[in-house]
Design a protein around this ligand. Structure first.
Ligand code: 13P
Length: 247
């Protein structure tokens, strides 16, 4: 439901040279028109990408501060992101939850502030392998979802990314059935806890080892509304293949 959405999360990768090449490849790629396409470079290259990338593709940050700028060493404010033409920000990514140690409350604050200031938010949720094995996948996803739901001013500019942690960067992609099962559960949760309208309109995208070969089967699933791509988004032609997997 909603327009297909494909995001490329470049994470902490790239150099001026490699990113300039990637932008050139993306600028010349043939992309299906019925897809929202967003890329998320590291902060230091955001301005370069935002000013050299085709308007066809929007730019996202990988993080933003909880409030207005000021004496917050090392942080980047939403106002600064908007100033350089950035339209989106990723929050709740598993690498920030589990490597950096961000909790639901902090993630919620950052997401709410960004939305209030007019950025779109890619809100990430997903369970660890041990949580899946313990049968806690839905519990974990719903708790992370609730932390967003409790604070977001509106769902209009939110895209939910379901990224099972065991599938991220591992080459172990979720099966289309595994992903579809969680996407349906997330949509049901939205229906019960937010509204029927938000449940049907909000894009729920899948992330975790998506590549040019497995995107087609995943994209066919009724409740998979796009992808958040890590490694494969660093290659322009493969990323274009994933964008064009829209069915
Ligand atoms: P990979 O596609 O490299 O598994 O990363 C997925 C991801 O974390 C996107 O945010």
């Amino acid at each position: 439901s909603g327009k297909f959405f494909v995001g490329g999360n470049w994470k902490c990768n790239g150099t001026k040279d490699s990113i300039t090449k990637l932008v050139t490849d993306l600028n010349s790629a043939k992309l299906e028109s019925d897809v929202d396409v967003v890329v998320s470079p590291p902060f230091v290259y955001l301005d370069l990408v935002s000013s050299s990338l085709t308007d066809r593709i929007e730019v996202s940050a990988q993080n933003s501060w909880i409030g207005k700028g000021g004496a917050f060493t090392g942080e980047i404010s939403v106002e600064q992101l908007k100033d350089i033409g950035c339209k989106w920000v990723i929050h709740g990514h598993s690498e920030r939850r589990h490597i950096i140690g961000e909790n639901d409350e902090f993630i919620g604050k950052k997401a709410a502030y960004a939305l209030n200031e007019g950025l779109g938010v890619i809100a990430c949720i997903g369970e660890l392998l041990e949580e899946r094995e313990a049968g806690k996948t839905f519990d974990v996803c719903f708790q992370q979802l609730k932390a967003f739901a409790d604070v977001v001013p509106s769902w209009d500019n939110v895209v939910i990314a379901y990224e099972p942690v065991w599938a991220i960067g591992t080459g172990k992609v979720a099966t289309p059935q595994q992903a579809q099962e969680v996407h349906v559960a997330v949509r049901d949760w939205l229906k019960k806890n937010v509204s029927e309208e938000v449940a049907s309109k909000t894009r729920i995208i899948y992330g975790g080892s998506v590549n040019g070969s497995n995107c087609g089967e995943l994209a066919k699933q009724e409740d998979i509304d796009g992808f958040l791509v890590g490694g494969a988004s660093l290659k322009g032609p493969e990323f274009a293949t994933i964008v064009n997997s829209v069915t």
